[in-house]
Design a protein around this ligand. Structure first.
Ligand code: AMP
Ligand code: ZN
Length: 432
């Protein structure tokens, strides 16, 4: 059962549509001061793009390009045509601003509604959006999709956990959108209130906006007794609704009628062979107000090459491994925070939160991992705690090849944020 026609296109139809839309997007982009200049610099004749393969010869767009174009040099239409703007999260300094026309917003809402429909949400569902509103796209982006689908939509916003829980219970909420770190944290509030989240009518959660492991997903599914579907998006490509898991829960379908995804070697920008990890590069195919060509997302993933048993032919990307910028180099080993999360979340003694701290002793870098421990395992017996500490350190060493200093802490003692979690603190500059 499909939400719309585009969802059931064959590969051939998708690629035909993509080429047409790529050509249209390039002509539209060329109207913006930024791309007019960029295309001129690299001698690009947009009418010479005749195949999807030609995308490889187009210039990349980076976050820095968007920052340098602040506030409006990437607009392809007059500002008077724009009806909304959003800003990419987690950026310091000049933000990247993305503008939308009404048509852009309508299309975005349909893509989002398609994602929600795909995982079984219907107009009869009551949907609570528990992510920040305002400039962050996880608020209004998801909200408009849920309304378009026809759900009773509760714009709960981020934080205020007691109110979240009250809304969930009073309105018999069946679907939610929630950031994974917050979803894990919220279980500790449920525990404090003596409420078992599994008794709620909740059945489906859209979970995304930050990297999380398969182990965290399984944990959430068990803790809440609901299905969690991975939701990927970025403000530069609208926000949520770019790629989404189907009920197979194995990779996310990129809506290729609206986006042209590529995976490249982050160092060289050259395409990697299908199935290998690299940096996701995205071109918007549907936006008129602010088209973006070959955006370097810095997100690491790979294409899943097997056809999806669900029958959809929009290509799938694997769970995001993190961002190129997240890679930590400690004692010569390349480490991604997600490797640490995977191990921690697979251990039943480990609670819902952890923090990675990079330190420098003299000339040597060290990695410290603070780990919240479940109440029932946080015992007085120092020997037992010591052995747990050693076991965590050794499991981590097997994965990251460096022995971290593991510190066990009580539940809810680590800092938490209402938005995306900050999992890594780098104290190396301040080291001795
Ligand atoms: P923003 O600029 O605020 O829209 O944030 C977009 C970024 O959030 C992406 O580039 C990713 O790094 C991250 N992100 C969003 N969804 C996911 C997801 N499902 N898994 C991992 N990272 C995600
Ligand atoms: Zn599928």
């Amino acid at each position: 059962m499909y939400y719309d026609e585009a969802e059931k296109l064959s590969r051939l139809e998708i690629e035909r549509l993509q080429l047409m839309r790529l050509q249209r997007t390039l002509r539209q982009a060329a109207k913006s001061p930024f791309y007019k200049e960029r295309f001129k610099e690299c001698g690009l004749d947009v009418d010479a793009v005749k195949s999807l393969d030609d995308v490889k010869s187009l210039p990349f767009t980076t976050k820095q390009d968007l920052r340098d174009s602040y506030p409006d040099k990437v607009l392809a239409m007059p500002q008077s045509e724009m009806v909304r703007m959003h800003v990419s999260s987690g950026t310091t300094g000049t933000p990247t601003v993305i503008y939308h026309t009404q048509k852009d917003l309508d299309w975005w809402a349909s893509l989002m509604a398609r994602c929600m429909h795909m995982v079984g949400l219907r107009r009869t569902d009551v949907f609570q959006n528990m992510s920040g509103y305002g400039l962050f796209t996880g608020g209004l982006g998801i909200h408009c999709g849920a309304e378009k689908l026809g759900c009773l939509t509760i714009p709960a916003g981020a934080g205020n956990s007691h109110r979240q829980i009250k809304l969930l219970m009073d309105f018999k909420v069946t679907g939610i959108h929630i950031i994974p770190s917050y979803a894990l944290y919220l279980t500790t509030i449920f525990a404090e209130l003596g409420i078992d989240p599994r008794t709620l009518p909740l059945r489906i959660a859209l979970v995304g906006a930050e990297p999380y492991s398969e182990e965290s997903r399984r944990r959430l599914e068990a803790l809440y007794d609901m299905k969690c579907y991975n939701s990927y998006g970025l403000s530069e490509m609208n926000g949520p609704g770019v790629a989404f898991e189907c009920t197979e829960q194995h990779g996310m379908h990129v809506w290729e009628d609206a986006y042209l995804p590529e995976i490249v070697d982050p160092a060289t920008g050259e395409p990697v062979p299908d199935g290998e990890y690299g940096e996701l590069v995205m071109t918007s195919l549907g936006r008129e107000g602010m088209p973006i060509i070959r955006y370097r997302t810095r997100d690491i993933t790979r294409f899943l090459t097997e056809p999806c048993p669900c029958g959809r032919e929009h290509r799938r990307i694997d769970r995001l491994q993190g961002r190129c910028d997240d890679m930590m180099i400690v004692k010569g080993c390349n480490i991604f925070p997600m490797q640490i999360e995977r191990i921690l979340m697979s251990m039943p003694e480990v609670g819902e939160n952890y923090l990675i701290i990079l330190e420098r002793d003299g000339f040597i870098d060290n990695i410290r991992v603070k780990v919240e421990i479940r109440d029932e395992f946080f015992v007085e017996d120092m020997r037992q705690l010591g052995s747990l500490q050693k076991r965590i350190a050794s499991r981590l060493r097997d994965e990251i090849l460096v022995t971290p200093r593991v510190e066990l802490v009580e539940r809810n003692s680590l800092p938490k944020s209402e938005g995306k979690a900050k999992r890594v603190v780098d104290n190396r500059e301040r080291g001795a």
